[in-house]
Ligand binder design. Structure first.
Ligand code: PLP
Length: 373
């Protein structure tokens, strides 16, 4: 069965006559648990919930590949998922190798908290597999490709091989690609981590994340971390996520196609200084991206002359909603430097291609660019 078919059918209930095709959210704190608690599949909702279980099965199917089955655990956010890996794996004296261009909150978390608990942080850019130089004696290699927001690409399979030779575990933040677009576990990673608030669920209305792994012992540690820290997902969000994931193949195909067309259009405009999208053959990571990704993703970045040009573009584009985050069905964009934190030019815009008709988006962008001549 093809992945798109598997994903679309992954939330179906067994064909019991009269039963609904999909189950609803299960709301519970404690569950009926008479006598020996081991006899009940569910006892208390901080540990487990049947709606999570359904969602975790759907995500695990997506993360599984030829010759192996993955398991997945869902969290209240992408950051809760990322924290579980750092927390379950790192101990005082350990070193973690992160991309210097990694997602801002992940960098700050390690810098502000984990380094103060005796963890050594080593950083190098994603581009050019520069992190490979820092692996000696490291406990964990954290990758992000394509990275947010600078769209840097690294070779997951090559870095996993180098890391495993050095006795280092590998986690990949796979948020921008989703497990349908890129499968880190099949490329050798020990953990695939993502914010599923982005392309995975795609409607800009829920926050959640997950960790997937093929290793039972690592899974048990992540599960224990979640139960002890309590950073859990509500059943309503889990149910909405299940509904949303059924359309992932459709949304991803359309939004990635739109992102490619937008990136190509932007390269033809003289107001645009540079365009970063791994689907462009001119992108320095294109060959690696083409090897390891099934879709190049919905996110692209481009640079206009300065802050004023970027603000003018965003103010005049009627079909581009100015907002942070990405991966929704509606096209969004923002001037990234307004937040501080990322080392990007003042005129740098991160855009997330939605599922609209591409002709409308390009017409709208053309008139918005005309205003900054
Ligand atoms: C958004 C994002 C996160 C954090 O996810 P939340 O769900 O917002 O906590 C982590 N990594 C990347 C690459 C992201 O884009």
């Amino acid at each position: 069965m093809r992945d798109s078919t598997k994903i679309i059918r992954s939330g179906l209930t067994p064909a019991t006559p009269g039963a609904p095709l999909h189950s609803g959210p299960v709301f519970a704190a404690p569950y009926h648990t008479p006598g020996d608690p081991a006899a009940a599949a569910y006892s208390y909702a901080r540990s487990h919930n049947p709606t999570w279980t359904e969602l975790e099965h759907a995500i695990a199917e997506m993360e599984s590949g030829p010759g192996y089955n993955a398991n997945a655990l869902v969290f209240a956010s992408g950051m809760a998922a990322a924290t579980s890996v750092f927390g379950a794996v790192l101990r005082p004296g350990d070193a973690v190798v992160m991309p210097s261009n990694a997602y801002f909150a992940a960098r700050v978390l390690v810098q502000e908290y984990f380094t103060k608990m005796g963890i050594e942080l080593r950083s190098a850019p994603s581009a050019g597999n520069a992190q490979a130089e820092l692996l000696q004696g490291a406990r964990l290699l954290w990758l992000e490709t394509p990275s947010n927001p600078t769209m840097e690409v690294c070779d997951i399979a090559a870095l996993c091989e180098a890391a495993h030779r050095a006795g280092t575990l590998v986690a990949v933040d796979n948020t921008t690609a989703t497990a349908l677009g890129q499968r880190p576990l099949a490329l050798g990673a020990d953990f695939s981590v993502a914010s599923d608030a982005k392309s995975m669920t795609g409607h800009s209305d829920i926050l959640l994340g997950h960790v997937a792994t093929r290793d039972r012992e690592l899974l048990a540690k992540i599960d224990q971390w979640r139960t002890l820290t309590g950073g859990i997902l509500g059943p309503m969000e889990a149910w909405l996520a299940l509904r949303s994931i059924a359309t992932l193949p459709l949304r991803l195909e359309r939004s990635c196609e739109n992102a490619q067309r937008i990136a190509e259009f932007l390269t033809t405009r003289k107001e645009v200084e540079s365009v970063l999208y791994p689907g462009l053959t001119t992108h320095p990571g294109h060959a690696i991206a083409a090897k390891q990704m099934r879709y190049f993703g919905a996110v692209l970045s481009f640079t206009l002359h300065d802050r004023a040009a970027a603000e003018r573009f965003l103010a005049h584009a009627k079909l581009i909603t100015e907002a942070t985050s990405f991966g929704g069905v509606v096209t969004t964009a923002e001037r990234r430097a307004r937040w501080g934190g990322d080392t990007v030019p003042e005129g740098f815009i991160r855009m997330s291609a939605g599922c609209e008709a591409i002709e409308d988006l390009i017409e709208d962008m053309a008139q918005a660019l005309d205003t900054i001549r």
